[in-house]
Design a protein around this ligand. Structure first.
Ligand code: FMN
Length: 220
């Protein structure tokens, strides 16, 4: 797959086929993840790859924590202005695709739950780093590795969704993975895209380049 095609066609996949992903494929994807840039080649990233029963249990316990209204271990930041507009914009696109009405609290609640169980993907990668590392300094590098992973997965015909929801409740992750002394940074659901799942058709919008770019030293 051409790099440009992969970059332009990557999207968050939130519905997956019930089809396992071979370990060797994930290995290949993570090796490409590791080739990302990192400040001074510090490579802060580490990966926990979860599938099968453990993934199911973590997902179920995450959902239970969400349904019980437990306090989150990792909260999403709040955004205002144009950033909030964009956030609301993609949410509206997803709800429209899934035919979820604004006032349909029950269906919205169901939709939220899906993220906590990795959208029923057959595999999830939890990205983490040593807790002694400065999170602000290393998050950039982690993000670069995450993007590599999402693009490399496409070469294997796999879809992905980077998700904070994967690490919002960490009790189950800690229970099943251990990983004391490590800081969870983000999760990535990975699997074969369900072509029938309506939300997968959403193409999120992007700002016009001219609104976010200033050019210096170029001719008019
Ligand atoms: C750090 C990060 C956290 C995210 N967390 C979630 C999440 O918890 N749930 C979710 O459905 N999508 C999540 N996403 C996916 C974004 O919503 C998605 O990337 C954005 O809407 C743009 O859509 P696209 O990926 O299809 O281009 C996350 C993405 C990033 C980069």
């Amino acid at each position: 797959m051409e790099i440009k095609q992969a970059i332009l066609e990557r999207k968050s996949v939130r519905g997956y086929l019930d089809k396992p992903v071979p370990k060797e494929i994930i290995e290949d994807i993570l090796k490409q993840g590791q080739r990302a840039v990192s400040a001074n080649n510090t490579q802060p990233w580490e990966f926990a790859v979860i599938t099968g029963d453990i993934l199911k249990k973590v997902g179920e316990e995450n959902v239970a924590a969400f349904v019980a209204g437990e306090e989150e271990d990792y909260g999403d930041a709040t955004f205002e202005g144009v950033y909030r507009q964009r956030l609301v914009g993609v949410a509206k696109q997803l709800f429209a695709a899934m035919d979820i009405a604004r006032e349909d609290k029950e269906k919205r609640f169901w939709w939220m739950q899906r993220g906590f169980k990795f959208f029923d993907a057959p595999c999830a990668v939890i990205m983490y780093m040593d807790e002694k590392l400065d999170e602000a300094a290393c998050r950039f590098d982690m993000g670069c590795a995450a993007q590599n992973i999402c693009l490399a997965a496409m070469e294997h015909g796999l879809g992905t969704c980077v998700e904070n929801q994967a690490i919002m409740y960490q009790k189950a992750l800690k229970k099943y993975l251990g990983l004391e002394g490590k800081r969870f940074v983000v999760g990535i659901a990975i699997g074969y895209e369900d072509p029938e799942f309506a939300a997968n058709e959403v193409r999120s919008e992007r700002e016009e380049l001219e609104n976010i770019t200033k050019w210096y030293g170029f001719e008019d």
